[in-house]
Design a binder for this molecule. Structure first.
Ligand code: PRP
Ligand code: URA
Length: 208
């Protein structure tokens, strides 16, 4: 069964509150997305396997560790782009594969319009980045694409989820762990998360 981790860190809760406020302008909004992503990834990577390696300090040789997994970052365009700088800074060796998916306005079904995934996904762990998990359609479609290429170990990292989205993702991909900063109340009749923060893409990039 999928695990859902909703951060309980006070820094995350504080920053999410700033994100929700409509007076928060794109510059601060992007900075907050960056900071929250760093904090969430710290939690979402806590169980990554490591192997022992020797390390020579200026004084002695001791034992250390290095990450065992090859990691791929998959931001879902457009809003997932804002999570890439923090993720790349924490995981500098991770490959970044852009996947463009938008919600078709009338039906709210996901439409894929850009796919920069290599044919051979030569990684062990994929981390899908998207601030919003609303109906879950976009996340499910993105993970479908990864699984079609035989990728088995996938984590989803987002900022705000609705119960409808976590349920859909759990139903379609029960093996995928979900890491979010907040789990909100419900979707409204336009499938926006309530209370949410509005449109994550528009608020990052200053569009309406
Ligand atoms: C937003 C968001 C997710 C999707 C979530 O993208 O970034 O990708 O909606 O909704 P869902 O769970 O119901 O699929 P949007 O379609 O607004 O595109 P954008 O990022 O290009 O603005
Ligand atoms: N996409 C967003 O950006 N916000 C929502 O609340 C739902 C989908």
């Amino acid at each position: 069964m999928t695990s859902i981790a909703v951060s309980t860190h006070p820094l995350v809760a504080h920053k999410v509150t700033r994100l929700r406020d409509p007076r928060t302008k794109p510059k601060e909004f992007r900075e907050l997305v960056n900071e929250i992503t760093t904090l969430l990834l710290y939690e979402a990577t806590a169980d990554l396997p490591v192997r022992s390696v020797p390390v020579e300090t200026p004084l002695a040789t001791t034992s250390g560790v290095e990450l065992e997994s090859r990691i791929g970052l998959i931001p879902i365009l457009r809003a997932g782009l804002g999570m890439v700088p923090a993720a790349s800074a924490l995981l500098p060796h991770a490959e970044v594969w852009h996947l463009g998916i938008y919600r078709e306005e009338a039906t709210r079904t996901p439409v894929e319009y850009y796919n920069k995934l290599p044919q051979d996904l030569n990684i062990d762990v994929a981390i899908v980045l998207d601030p919003m998990l609303a109906t879950g359609g976009s996340a499910v479609a993105a993970i479908d694409v990864l699984k079609l290429r035989n990728l088995r170990s996938v984590r989803f990292v987002g900022l705000i989820a609705a119960p409808e989205g976590t349920e859909a993702l759990q139903g379609a991909h029960p093996d995928v762990s979900i890491h979010v900063a907040a789990l909100d109340s419900h979707l409204n009749d336009q499938a926006y998360i309530v209370p949410g923060l509005g449109d994550a893409g528009d608020r990052q990039f200053g569009t309406v």
